[in-house]
Ligand binder design. Structure first.
Ligand code: AMP
Length: 225
């Protein structure tokens, strides 16, 4: 299964992509996670993308596509993958098509997780993550255990952190960038006949996942494949 996750920042792409990855046995490839890992490690790539992540603007297409091409070349991508946060512009979507064509592959489905803008700002301001294991929580919608988060449920309580780009000003810019630059690819995939809409407003992550499973069942995904 080759899946693209679409949706505004904070729509729940990452949370859902992780669950799909676990259940269907394919890797989740998040360009945002890759960039953040480079930032944390202080690599040259991290230095190059820092200002984009800080402001909520998109990193350059060529750079982003190169990273995805490298990642798709790894062995675990042989049987499929979920692209989470990529493509994010028409040039990226077209570059992905060329890359897949060269590999003799095509996408099976583009899932568009739909949440209204007003909910996004509310959701992102309540998002927290564990700096040790990367688990993501939402203080309102999927809070950590009342006695604190322990990685894998064991060990010491870890203090959760907030992503630096989840502040209101940057979130509003990320939403603007989403509508101007990313949203046109919804039409691109609709015209290709692989777009499936997943209305997620007011649903909790489990309910959204149930809808995703229905869609994946319809497009022929099998668990653990
Ligand atoms: P995310 O974790 O998907 O919200 O991405 C965080 C930030 O990483 C974005 O606001 C962009 O600055 C950058 N980024 C992630 N994916 C892409 C992409 N496909 N193209 C350009 N920039 C990206």
């Amino acid at each position: 299964m080759r899946i693209v996750m679409l949706g505004a920042p904070g729509a729940g792409k990452g949370t859902q992509a992780k669950r799909i990855a676990e259940i269907y046995g394919i890797p989740q490839i998040s360009t945002g996670d890759i960039f953040r890992a480079h930032l944390k490690q202080g690599t040259e790539l991290g230095r190059q993308v820092k200002r984009y992540l800080d402001s909520g603007e998109l990193a350059p297409d060529a750079l982003t596509c190169e990273i995805v091409a490298d990642r798709l070349g790894e062995n675990d991508c042989a049987n499929g993958y979920i692209l989470d946060g990529f493509p994010r512009s028409l040039p990226q979507a077209q570059a992905l098509d060329r890359l897949l064509e060269g590999r003799g592959e095509s996408l099976d489905v583009a899932l568009d997780i739909q949440v209204a803008d007003e909910q996004i700002v509310e959701r992102l301001s309540a998002r927290r993550f564990c700096p040790v294991c990367g688990a993501v929580f939402n203080l309102k919608f999927s809070p950590p255990p009342p006695d604190g988060h322990r990685c894998g449920g064991v060990g010491p309580v870890v203090q959760l952190e907030q992503r630096s780009d989840d502040n209101e000003e940057t979130v509003r810019n990320r939403l603007r960038v989403y509508h101007e630059i990313t949203e046109p690819i919804v039409t691109y995939y609709r015209e290709k006949g692989i777009l499936r809409e997943v209305p997620a407003a007011g649903l909790d992550p489990n309910e959204v996942f149930e809808r995703i499973e229905e869609v994946l069942g319809e497009v022929g995904a099998s668990r653990g494949a």
